[in-house]
Design a protein around this ligand. Structure first.
Ligand SMILES: Cc1cc2nc3c(=O)[nH]c(=O)nc-3n(C[C@H](O)[C@H](O)[C@H](O)COP(=O)(O)OP(=O)(O)OC[C@H]3O[C@@H](n4cnc5c(N)ncnc54)[C@H](O)[C@@H]3O)c2cc1C
Length: 486
């Protein structure tokens, strides 16, 4: 029977949905901080926000900060290699995982750590198979299975990362529950930061935005986020856009971190000069916490407006591509053109410093041809990403949505064969989340879009429970407890 692990169910590409047995791990929430090592051991259901708060109490922090941090689980973050705004400086979940407690497809269980494998683990059948039949091949050939220049990767199996470290942990991270169920996670933590300062810069030209993002990254920015004209238009409609920004092509939001305020101020000087040199029309600075919050509020201005639209649905299907930084403006232009060809509006924003761009097309599912247009859009953007040497997923994972598209974006010779070999070694009977990462025969990307009016309605108790989650923003609530109080 297929087995699908599930945390909070917040992932974007249908990875936590499946037929068969869904194992909800979200109640395994324990968090144990080891003060002597500065590491934390978490159950798979521990929420990112709770882990960070536990760390902060010891003057430490978990610096991977997805926007969903208050409701996504560490199990889901490991499985998708989630990341956040601070990934620019601190990397994604992968960089902070030191050990994983795994249950494999045959029911065997092992804690695998970074570094040389302990001999006690070699009697675990999937690990034994891996050591004997695949380790050497991946070390030899894995390095080539990567999108050169791309800074964030959650697509395919991480064979290139494995080739670098030799750590099996790296294969399990971003495997989306297709190689093992993760039932425990050990994380390294970072020290809390002394001081931050922020900038908001407006641009009239996309190429200037791309150069500015590269410049501030090289100067050590901890965050560099993009709000494209499509985003600003919606923010303006909701009254959240300062007048002087009207008509801008894009805004960059930038943060620096330092040990103290003087250090932050010094970095700000260099950043401001670089932004002006790249052609910024305006640069605003904020150093006091309240001022910084106000500056960053613009980042959250579009979602509530889109959510209130009675007709248009924001559909995440081309939402996660990352391209080599020198291709970012070409990517955004290409996406805009593809949206226009399909007569669709869309909102473009994201992690400019990592050239990782979120795109949410806005769809009216009452239009008779909405599905054909969506499919054409996905098709065009997949080609665009492949042409620019990008990945289809920088942080959300392949899920059921992108699995059928992998052969088009993983053109590196032998990459798909290596992915298949990894799956076969760990899960030869294909019971762990089948159809995620590697597509099943005939699988199509857009099989079940939840807004499709033609889908069979959900059973009433499930519908009521899901409406409650959406209305109360109760995304961290254990779903079964809404159906039948435990
Ligand atoms: C509003 C919003 C904002 C978001 N912002 C971000 C963002 O900034 N950055 C980002 O990276 N993502 C973001 N996401 C996506 C999502 O929150 C992340 O992918 C998150 O890591 C998923 O965690 P989850 O607990 O909800 O996992 P789920 O959705 O339940 O599962 C995700 C995948 O992981 C597998 N899985 C879950 N738990 C385990 C386990 N214990 N062992 C093995 N496999 C497991 C599932 O089978 C599935 O394939 C956002 C989502 C929303 C709705």
């Amino acid at each position: 029977m297929p087995i699908t692990a599930r945390g909070s169910g917040s992932s974007m590409s249908g990875g936590a949905l499946g037929s068969g047995l869904i194992i909800d791990l979200s109640l395994m929430k324990e968090i144990t901080l080891d003060h002597s090592t500065g590491r934390v051991w978490c159950g798979p259901g521990a929420l990112r926000g709770d882990i960070d708060r536990a760390a902060q109490a010891a003057a430490l922090r978990f610096p991977v900060d997805p926007a969903s941090g208050e409701f996504c689980t560490i199990g889901g973050m490991v499985a998708t290699n989630a990341s956040g705004a601070h990934t620019l400086k601190y990397g994604s979940t992968r960089e902070w995982v030191t050990a994983l407690d795994c249950v494999f497809a045959d029911g065997s269980r092992a804690t695998i750590r970074r570094g040389p494998q302990r001999s006690s683990d070699t009697d675990i059948p999937p690990l034994e198979r891996f050591e004997h039949s695949l380790r050497a091949r991946l070390l030899e050939d894995g390095a080539a299975a990567r999108h050169a220049g791309v800074r964030k990767e959650s697509s395919g199996y991480a064979v290139a990362e494995f080739a670098q470290t030799g750590d099996v942990v790296d294969l399990i991270i971003s495997s989306e529950g297709t190689l093992a169920l993760v039932v425990g996670v050990e994380l390294e933590l970072a020290p809390v930061v002394g001081a931050t300062s922020s900038l908001r810069a407006t641009f009239a030209d996309l190429d200037q935005v791309a150069s500015a993002a590269t410049a501030v990254r090289e100067l050590g920015a901890s965050v560099c986020e993009l709000l494209d004209a499509s985003f600003l238009k919606i923010a303006d409609a909701g009254g959240a856009l300062p007048k002087f920004m009207r008509g801008a092509m894009a805004v960059l939001l930038i943060e620096v971190e330092a040990d103290d305020e003087a250090g932050a101020a010094l970095q700000m000087k260099g950043m401001k000069a670089a932004l002006t040199e790249c052609g910024a029309l305006s640069v605003e600075q904020a150093s006091l916490p309240a001022e910084e919050r106000e500056l960053w509020d613009l980042r959250h201005a579009a979602s509530p407006i889109i959510a209130k639209d009675p007709v248009l649905k924001s559909v995440q299907l081309i939402e996660d591509a990352a391209v080599p930084p020198e291709q970012m403006s070409a990517y955004i232009r290409g996406v805009r053109a593809a949206l226009a060809r399909q007569r669709l509006d869309g909102v473009i924003f994201g992690h400019a410093g990592d050239a990782h761009v979120h795109v949410n097309p806005l769809i009216d599912v009452r239009d008779p041809d909405w599905r054909a247009r969506l499919e054409s859009l996905l098709n065009e953007v997949t080609n665009l990403v492949a042409t620019l040497g990008g990945t289809l997923s920088g942080e959300h994972g392949d899920g059921r949505l992108r699995a059928p598209l992998l052969p088009r974006a993983w053109k590196q010779p032998g990459a798909l064969d290596l992915f298949r070999a990894v799956k076969d070694v760990f899960d030869p009977a294909n019971i762990l989340n089948p159809g995620v990462k590697l597509a099943l025969t005939g699988q199509q990307p857009l099989e079940a879009v939840k807004y499709d009016p033609k889908l069979e309605p959900l059973p009433v108790p499930a519908l009521v429970a899901l409406e409650t989650v959406a209305r109360d923003k109760a995304y961290a609530t254990h779903r079964l407890s809404l159906l039948r109080p435990l």
